[in-house]
Structure formats: structure tokens, C-alpha cells
Ligand binder design. Structure first.
Ligand SMILES: Cc1cc2nc3c(=O)[nH]c(=O)nc-3n(C[C@H](O)[C@H](O)[C@H](O)COP(=O)(O)OP(=O)(O)OC[C@H]3O[C@@H](n4cnc5c(N)ncnc54)[C@H](O)[C@@H]3O)c2cc1C
Length: 504
């Protein structure tokens, strides 16, 4: 029988951040990962001479050494070293059709306003008002935090009126209230796919905080891609005396008679700890637990939630440089309609896809004379045809890849097909198998309606119904994405440290 202060289940971004914090604080920590390498989504795989980035387009909330933001500070605080690279173009967005556009949006506020004004003359002030709402909401949230979540309602109304006006509204509602021109609205909401929820359903503060985070810091990327992030956190964990066990799937969560979590079983071994942090989504934890031990409220909460979006991806190793191929951009969003809801509704018919060429940010991301491209198509697990037979799955994937590659070739007037040296295609099935997530969700639970991030934050204490068990990751209170997963992981780690060692 082994005893630990903390067992962390899953070495995705959330689990790695949690274990880095607990080991750094001197807690005896065991990190269990079902695969033979860390990272979950933040990993790498090889085909031929190419090492592919499986997930990271760009990371928000990083900042620089001189002006560090949350993620920079988080890595720095645990002693994890990362060689960050930055991109000063946020995105290029191409919408076809009569009311279409081709806009390239620059990072940092003034260049961003300039670039949207160039496409929609006269929208600058409205866009500025929208973006600055984020600063007002940040000030309101700072005040709420200072008051330990019990702000004076009169101060909220008098000093933070804009926060009160928009906090419970969707992005679309706020943009409509500002009378944002349709085209500017569509260009502004391009990033909805990064949160997997169309903006008529997506909380405005959630969307704004992501958008401004990319805008204010520039999109960041580690030189050796997401694998560098995962390995840097593993280094911290090991250096600080933590233990990482790979090939160790947790098959059961163990409970004491009083309903508190006691530990887990991995590879048939019972492992005990004072605290367990799960980077694994609650549905899967409950499926690996004695049903009688899960409070009714927690079961109801999990059942009431909707799983978030998944994606299909095409990873391409090309035998020519971006310059030879005529590829000019790092991130291009392509759609048939500028409206986020229409893009989601038409996702099976070229509704919306994203194309990245990693070498535009990291020139040596592939061997000399080559480049790697990465297509991402938002898709739900339920979009996979129900009647597909195993023997037809390969054809399904190949058809999907051909459809999107051909479309992009035609749109951009470039030749990709003839230059494919390596190709790998993933669908929600791939993500369900690799991550173990229900329906292949890469975004945890859909951050929508009553389950938006504001509501999650407000009710987090009540939601934590199982004693000695905490959750972190893209399915956590901050929603999906690298930075949210790291932040919730670090927060879970700090809460455990405070509980076991005392502190604030
Ligand atoms: C194609 C793609 C593109 C993306 N692009 C971006 C982007 O550009 N920017 C961004 O911010 N986000 C992006 N995301 C989303 C982001 O990757 C995720 O939100 C985030 O990485 C989720 O982190 P997580 O901590 O929840 O862990 P996950 O990555 O879900 O990892 C969970 C870990 O737990 C392990 N595990 C599962 N079950 C068990 C078990 N029973 N026992 C032990 N281990 C277990 C898994 O093997 C895995 O390692 C993208 C995701 C994908 C797939």
C-alpha cells in the first residue's frame, strides 16, 4: 500500500499544472497518466521526418518576460522554463459570398482597431467600446474578489454598471446593444470556435476575456510546441521529488465509508492519498466510482451538462517551404457565412474551418525545405455518421481530408496535394480514444446557458460535493483551452497545498 499527500489523475495541462504546484510546495505527489507520455492534447507525434503539433494553434494569457500575464507567471512561479515565440497577427478571416470579406486582424489594441476599421469603415469607436468593456469587467471582478465574493450591491450598480449590464448576456446580445455593424460583428466573433460555442449562446465576458487576452499579448507558441510545455512541467515535478507513472490508467476511485475520497486503483494497485485531483472529466470519474458514494447533486449536475465540441483535424507534412507553396499566413479562418451560428449549423458543409502553417511562427518547426500544416474543422462526436462501418472509417477520413484540402487549394490558389509527404487525420473518434473523453469532446462541458463560466465560478464551492476530490482541466470552471486548463490545475494544486499545509 502506498500513501501520498496528493494523487493527480491525468497528465494533461490541468494535471501537470496541479502536480507542479503541489510538488513545488513539498507535498508528496503521484501523477498517474494512462498514456506513455504526458500532455493529453499538449503532446506530439511523429510521421516520417515530421514531428507534429496535435492541438496548439495559439495560447492566450501568456505575455512576455517584461509584461508577464497569468500563464507566464504560472510557469515562472513553479520554475518551468519555456522558450516562447509570438505572432503579431491574430488571424486572417475569409468569408465567401456576397457579403463576404477577407480581413487580417493584427494583435495589440490600436493595430487591431486599425485593421478592422480598414475593412468596416466607421466601426472603430464601437469596437473600442466593446473591447474596453473587458477592462471594466476586470475592474468589477477585482472588486468582487477583494470583497471575497460579497460585493456591496450599491457599489456594483454605481461603479460597475457596465459589468452589471453585460455579465449575464451573450456576446451577440452585447454586440447588438452596441449596434455593432453586422460585418464588424462577424469579424470580431471569428474566435468563437476556440471556445466551441456560437456567440449567440456564449457569455460575453468569457468571449471578451479570451479575445482581449490574445489581442493584448499576441498569440504565443513555445518554440518546441506544446510538448515543450508538458515536458517543462514534468521536469518541475520530478526535480521537486514528485513521481510520475505512465501507462497507469486509473480504473477506480476509492472512497472511505464517510464518502470522502481515499485514493485510486491503477494497474490493479491501490494507491492512497489525502487529496485527489482529477484532470479527468467528472462523468468518467463517476463511471469509475461506487455509484452510492457520488452525491445526488453531483450526478444531477453531470447529467444536466452537455458535452462540448470536438474537432476533425488534418496534419500535413509538406515537401516544400511556405514561400514555395505561396502560404503567407499563420492562422486562416474560412467560412461560407460570417455569422457564428450559421457557421456552426453548416459545419458539415465547409461551414467553418481553420488552417495553420506552423512554420510561419516557428520557421524550424519541420525539416529544412519543408513545412507543416494543420486543418481544424469543428465537429461534434454525434456528427460522425451513425451507420459507419469500421472498414469504411478510413474512407470517411480520407474523403473529409480531400474535401477540405481541395477547398483551401482553390480558395488560396495554391497546390497542397502534390506536396503531401505525410498526412494524418483525426476525428472525434480519435480524441475519444486518445483522451478518453465522452463523445471525443476536447472542450469538456459546453460553456453555455446556465453552465457558462460566470455561473460555474459562482457555484464552484457548492459543486465541489465530494470531499478530498477536486477537478481541473478544460472541463473545469474556466472552460476549455490551454490557459484555462493550466489555471484551474494550478488553482486546484494551491487549494490542496493550503488545506494540507495551511495558508491563504
Ligand atoms: C485539435 C485541437 C486543437 C486545439 N487548439 C487549441 C488552441 O489553439 N489553443 C488552446 O488554448 N486550446 C486548444 N485546444 C484545447 C486544449 O487542448 C484543451 O482544452 C486542453 O488541453 C485540455 O486540457 P486538460 O487539462 O483538460 O487535459 P486533456 O488534454 O484532456 O488531458 C487529460 C489527460 O488525462 C489522461 N487520462 C484520461 N483518463 C485517464 C485515466 N482514467 N487515468 C489516467 N489518465 C487518464 C489522458 O490520457 C490525458 O493525458 C485544442 C484541442 C485540440 C484537440
Amino acid at each position: 500500500m502506498s500513501n501520498y499527500d496528493v494523487i493527480v489523475v491525468g497528465a494533461g495541462n490541468g494535471g501537470l499544472a496541479a502536480a507542479a504546484v503541489t510538488t513545488k510546495a513539498g507535498l508528496k505527489t503521484l501523477l498517474l497518466e494512462k498514456h506513455n507520455l504526458p500532455g493529453g492534447c499538449a503532446t506530439s507525434f511523429r510521421r516520417g521526418r515530421f514531428e507534429f503539433e496535435p492541438s496548439l494553434h495559439e495560447l492566450c494569457g501568456v505575455g512576455t518576460k517584461e509584461k508577464p500575464d497569468n500563464i507566464y507567471k504560472l510557469f515562472d512561479s513553479v520554475g518551468a522554463e519555456v522558450d516562447w515565440r509570438y505572432e503579431d497577427t491574430m488571424y486572417r478571416t475569409i468569408v465567401r459570398g456576397e457579403n463576404g470579406y477577407d480581413a487580417t486582424l493584427k494583435a495589440y489594441r490600436e493595430p487591431f482597431y486599425d485593421s478592422i476599421e480598414a475593412v468596416v469603415p466607421g466601426c472603430r469607436e464601437k469596437v473600442k467600446t466593446f473591447i474596453e468593456l473587458n477592462d471594466k469587467c476586470d475592474a468589477a471582478l477585482d472588486y468582487v474578489a477583494k470583497k471575497n465574493g460579497n460585493p456591496n450591491p450599491i457599489v456594483m450598480v454605481l461603479k460597475h454598471a457596465d459589468f452589471m449590464r453585460c455579465a449575464s448576456h451573450s456576446t451577440e446580445e452585447v454586440l447588438n446593444a452596441l449596434e455593432m455593424p453586422e460585418k464588424a460583428k462577424n469579424i470580431l466573433t471569428t474566435y468563437w470556435g476556440y471556445l466551441g460555442v456560437p456567440t449567440d449562446e456564449l457569455n460575453c465576458l468569457h468571449f471578451l476575456s479570451m479575445l482581449t487576452s490574445y489581442m493584448d499579448n499576441g498569440a504565443a507558441m513555445p518554440h518546441l510546441r506544446s510538448h515543450e510545455l508538458s515536458l517543462s512541467l514534468c521536469d518541475v515535478i520530478i526535480k521537486n521529488g514528485g513521481e510520475i507513472r505512465y501507462n497507469s490508467e486509473v480504473t477506480e476511485f476509492l472512497f472511505n465509508d464517510d464518502g470522502t475520497v481515499a485514493g485510486v486503483i491503477a494497474n490493479g494497485e491501490k494507491l492512497y492519498a489525502k487529496e485527489v485531483i482529477s484532470n479527468v472529466i467528472a462523468d468518467n470519474v463517476f463511471a469509475r466510482s461506487d455509484a452510492k458514494k457520488i452525491p445526488e447533486r453531483d450526478v444531477k449536475l453531470a447529467n444536466a451538462r452537455t458535452f462540448g465540441m470536438s474537432v476533425a483535424t488534418i496534419y500535413l507534412g509538406l515537401d516544400a517551404t511556405p514561400e514555395e507553396l505561396g502560404i503567407k499566413d499563420y492562422t486562416v479562418f474560412v467560412a461560407n457565412d460570417g455569422n457564428a451560428r450559421a457557421q456552426d449549423d453548416n459545419r458539415l458543409d465547409y461551414g467553418f474551418y481553420i488552417v495553420n502553417c506552423l512554420n510561419k511562427v516557428i520557421p524550424d518547426a519541420s525539416p529544412e525545405g519543408t513545412c507543416q500544416m494543420f486543418f481544424t474543422m469543428p465537429l461534434y462526436g454525434s456528427d460522425i455518421p451513425k451507420d459507419i462501418k469500421p472498414e469504411d472509417y478510413k474512407k470517411y477520413k480520407n474523403d473529409l481530408a480531400e474535401k477540405y484540402i481541395r477547398d483551401y487549394e482553390q480558395l488560396m490558389g495554391i497546390n497542397i496535394m502534390e506536396h503531401i509527404e505525410e498526412i494524418s487525420i483525426a476525428t472525434p473518434v480519435t480524441f475519444a480514444r486518445y483522451l478518453g473523453s465522452p463523445e471525443g469532446t476536447i472542450y469538456g462541458y459546453r460553456t453555455s446557458g446556465w453552465d457558462n463560466v460566470i455561473m460555474r465560478n459562482q457555484s464552484q464551492v457548492k459543486d465541489n460535493g465530494i470531499k478530498n476530490l477536486r477537478f481541473c482541466g478544460g472541463h473545469g470552471i474556466m472552460g476549455d483551452g490551454y490557459s484555462s486548463a493550466y489555471t484551474t490545475g494550478a488553482e486546484a494544486g494551491h487549494r490542496v497545498v493550503n488545506k494540507l499545509k495551511g495558508g491563504k
